[in-house]
Structure formats: C-alpha cells, structure tokens
Design a protein around this ligand. Structure first.
Ligand code: BES
Ligand code: ZN
Ligand code: MN
Length: 500
C-alpha cells in the first residue's frame, strides 16, 4: 500500500497529489513551492482567492492542467500550526481519504512534509495518516444483491519526504496495521447473529491464530462441564447453538510470564433471556460481541507487529436465548471459581459469561487483566456514546490502559468502585453473589461483580456499550460498529513490552 520516497519528483503520473496547507505560513515552501512554480504562481492565487482553503479540515481540489504528473491536487487545510492537535489532524485525514474515495481515486502521492510542524520527526503523523486511511474508507460488508464492495479503491500511496525514511516507514506500518485491526473488529461486530454464531466466531479466531502462528484452544460444552464453567453454561442453556470458550495465546518472550490477559464478551445475540428485552431494546443486540471483536482485532494487530509481550485472549461466546430449558430468574448457578450466583436478571448475562472467562484467563497464567464488554445500558446513560467507561482494582494498571487509549484517541473515563457498591453484589440469602442488584449505578455494580472474579489480579474493566457502535457516520468511519478498543488493547501490549 505505502512506499516512501526521498526524492521529490512531481512528474510521476498519478490520480492525485495530496498536500497539507497551514494558514500561518506566509510563503509556500517545499513541495508547495515547487507546485506553485509549475503553476507559474497560480497556486498562490487560488489560495488568495479562496478556491483553496487552509481552514482546519477543509478539503479543496484543483485540476492540474498537465503542469505536474498528477491529474489533480487535493489540499487538506491544517489551520494555524500552533493550534493543530493530532486528534484534529486525524479527522482531517479521515475527511481527505473519504473524499478521495468518493472521487474514485486509486493512486496518490502525498507530499508528507507539508503536514508536519517545523520540528516534527514525522513518526506520529505517519502513524495517524496510515491509520486513518483504512478507518475512514471502511465500508460495511452488507448482503445486498448489488454489492457495495468497490472495484476501485485507494491502493497505492507514495509518501514523499525529507525525513528519515525508516522512521516514516515504521510509523506507516504501525498505523496501517492498527487501522486494519480495528476494521476486523468492525466487520465482526456488524455481522448479524444468524451469520456469526459462537461456532463462527471461534472459526474466525482460529484463522487469526493460524495466520499469525499463535497457539489456540477452543473449549466445547463438554470441556466446560468438566471444568465447571457453570456461569457461561447457564447463559447458553436456552440456546440451540453450542457455546465456545475461545483462547488465543501469543507468546512474545521465551518464558510464559508477565502475561497480559484480554477478555472479550462474545454474546452473539442478546435477547435478554426470560428477563426479555423490549421490541425496541432488542434491535441491535447482534453487537453484543463487540468486546470479543475488539480483543480479536487487537490479537490480529499483535500477531502482525509481534511485540515482546505475552498475551492470552479469552472469549466466552454464546447467544442468550429462551427455551423450555433456559436459565430463569431465581436460578442459582456455580461459576468456575466456585462462587455461587443467584440469577436475578437473565439479561445481566454478560457478567456471567465474563466471570468464567476471567477465571479461565487466570488459569492460563494472566498476571494482568483487561476485559472489554458491551456490558450495560447504564454506562451509556452515565458517559454517553463517545466515552468508554472503566473500572479497576489497580491504579497503576489502569494508568497504562489509559495511556494506550490516549495514544489511540479512544476516550476512557474511570468510574468508582466503592465498598458499598461492592457489597451490593454480595447481597443474596441464596448464594455468594447476585447478578443484578438493581438500577442505581448499574454500570458500576456490573464492574463490581467482575471484580469478584478478578480478585487480586490487577484488572481493568472497559464497558463499551456506548462506544462499540455509532448512529451516524463520522470522519473516521461509517455508521455501525466502530471497532473501539482494538487499537488501545494492542498498544497496551506494545507499551508493556517496551517496559520489560
Ligand atoms: N448487552 C446489554 C447491554 C447493552 C445495552 C449493550 C445497550 C448495548 C446497548 C447487556 O447484556 C444488558 O442487557 N444489560 C442490562 C443489565 C441490567 C439487566 C442490569 C442493561 O444494561 O439494561
Ligand atoms: Zn494506532
Ligand atoms: Mn443482556
């Protein structure tokens, strides 16, 4: 996809040449100056006349009249150099790539240095650029008779730069792999429940493991019975589809130590069970495996970038259905850890499935845990649709997750876990725990429930019920699944690797 070139050559035949334009620079420099010369000063006139805008995130384009090799020039406005934030640059790149895609442009040259501030080495910008291309141009895979899969798409990007070639190549690879991994998560999350069962999800996970040479294990119902995974099995009880406990192991160091455990909720469809959802609340519940999708997207990235960090991914998967045999409110079940649970609400199924997955991740040697789940409507009420809610039993571990999320522009906010709420999940006269202590703070008590299974292992819970999907298209993607947290989890593994 990307090639880096140190030689500034404007005569190469291309569909488009892409440049960035800061508003505060009084004279045109570098490639901009070269273009202006080829245009006999007319580029500057186009800018002065307002046909080309340097306003932040503005996209302008002009025909080149054969004065350079590229047929058209696309300009992304960057505003004032001092005010440009990386988050805004990302959105600008997203808009730019969307407009190139809409114009059916296939090969481009990017005058990379025109996007850099004076003292920048270019690594972060390369990362952002290469990440926003696959993210912004992603198309939902639909099942329409007339396919939306494009014959024409951006497939060749030449990056012209004076900066250190290896560094820029490194940033581009990193970003592109990140973007692709998030798109994998999107594709899985968007798939309907009849097309992505637990069996299908397991097959997909195995394909990632095989592609990246990872060990894997898929537990069947009988295996779960032997291991006493009564919580995951309880969720599956009403289903015709067999459950799967999916495990991928990425070994990044010689010894299996310092293991990061990534746990993703893989409910392929959530009806609510006997505590059934309303006819409007049930629509969209195919995305209840968004946590599993994020973990698999992250594992794909980790498998490609190969950080020296051990990672075990654990995904409990089933749908949550109703039948004569299904789990009922008031049932008491026993989780793998040995704790008993009084089920007060069969729609609080995610925490049941995750309970056994967290226990199983520890059995596989996880020393640090992060779980990702579309767990509660409560987190959407608390934080809205753009912020992932977090809970933790370990501040230092949370700081690392937060840092990774920050690097990948995925907003996360910590919710508290006070003793009073932790006690609420232990309030049952029938069992050790109950799975639904009531509406107040229900995002928090869901986290408190999981904390009972993380126990002493440093753990962060990420509730993506609000952020896993979006109702409208945005600069970096279409409406539907966002692939949120795939990149954050992968960066967490990268950063943990650097620390050791
Ligand atoms: N999958 C849902 C949470 C959800 C809600 C995700 C909206 C995405 C959008 C989860 O399994 C659930 O049903 N949670 C219940 C918990 C309640 C029964 C304590 C909820 O949030 O209403
Ligand atoms: Zn990234
Ligand atoms: Mn539910």
């Amino acid at each position: 996809m990307f090639s880096v070139n140190n030689k500034i050559e404007l005569r190469t035949q291309r569909d488009a040449l892409v440049v960035g334009l800061f508003s505060n620079r009084k004279i045109l420099e570098g490639v901009l100056h070269n273009i202006d010369q080829a245009f006999e000063g007319e580029l500057l006139n186009l800018i002065r006349e307002g046909d080309i805008s340097s306003n932040t995130k503005a996209i302008s384009n002009t025909f080149s009249f054969g004065k350079i090799g590229a047929k058209r020039i696309y300009v992304l406005g960057l505003g004032d150099e001092k005010k440009l934030q990386p988050a805004i640059l990302r959105e600008g790149f997203g808009k730019l790539f969307k407009s190139l895609k809409a114009d059916k442009i296939e090969n481009i040259t990017i005058a990379f240095d025109t996007f850099l501030k004076k003292d920048e080495d270019g690594f972060d910008v390369a990362h952002i650029l290469a990440e926003s291309l696959p993210l912004a141009t992603y198309d939902i895979i639909n099942y329409k008779k007339k396919s939306n899969q494009r014959e024409r798409e951006i497939s060749e990007v030449e990056v012209l730069t004076d900066r250190e070639q290896g560094l820029i190549e490194g940033g581009l690879t990193l970003g592109y792999v990140h973007g692709k991994g998030a798109n994998t998560a999107r594709t899985l999350t968007n798939m309907p429940g009849n097309m992505l069962t637990a069996t299908d999800l397991a097959k997909f996970a195995v394909s990632i493991a095989e592609k990246c040479n990872m060990e894997y294990e898929v537990l069947e119902k009988e295996d779960m019975e032997k291991l006493g995974m009564g919580a995951l099995l309880a969720v599956n009880k009403g289903s015709e589809e067999p459950p799967k406990m999916i495990v991928l192991k990425y070994q990044g160091t010689n010894k299996w130590e310092n293991v990061l455990g990534l746990v993703g909720k893989g409910i392929t469809f959530d009806t609510g069970g006997y505590s059934i959802k309303s006819k409007t609340g049930i629509v969209g519940m195919k995305t209840d495996m968004g946590g599993a999708a994020a973990v698999l997207g992250a594992m794909e990235i980790i498998g490609e970038l190969k950080p020296s960090q051990n990672v075990v991914a654990v995904i409990p998967s089933t749908d949550n259905m109703i039948s004569g045999d299904a789990l009922k409110p008031d049932d008491v079940i026993t989780a793998m850890s040995g704790k008993t649970i009084e089920v007060l609400n069969t729609d609080a199924e995610g925490r049941l499935a995750l309970a056994d997955a967290i226990t199983y991740a520890k059995h596989h040697g996880a020393d640090y845990l992060v779980d990702v789940a579309t767990l509660t409507g409560g987190v959407v009420v608390a934080l809205g649709e753009h912020i992932t809610g977090a809970m933790t039993n370990n501040e230092a571990h949370y700081e690392e997750v937060l840092q990774a999320a920050h690097e990948e522009f995925e907003p996360v906010w910590l919710l508290p876990l006070f003793d009073r709420d932790r006690k609420r999940v232990r309030n049952s006269n029938m069992a050790d725990l109950n799975n639904s202590p009531g509406r107040p703070g229900h995002a928090i008590v869901a986290g408190a429930f999981l904390a009972e299974f993380a126990e002493d292992t440093p753990w962060v819970h990420l509730d993506i019920a609000g952020t896993a999907t979006t109702n409208s298209s945005y600069e970096l993607g279409p409406q539907g699944a966002t692939g949120v947290m795939a990149r954050t989890l992968a960066v967490l593994a990268e950063r943990m690797a650097e620390k050791e």
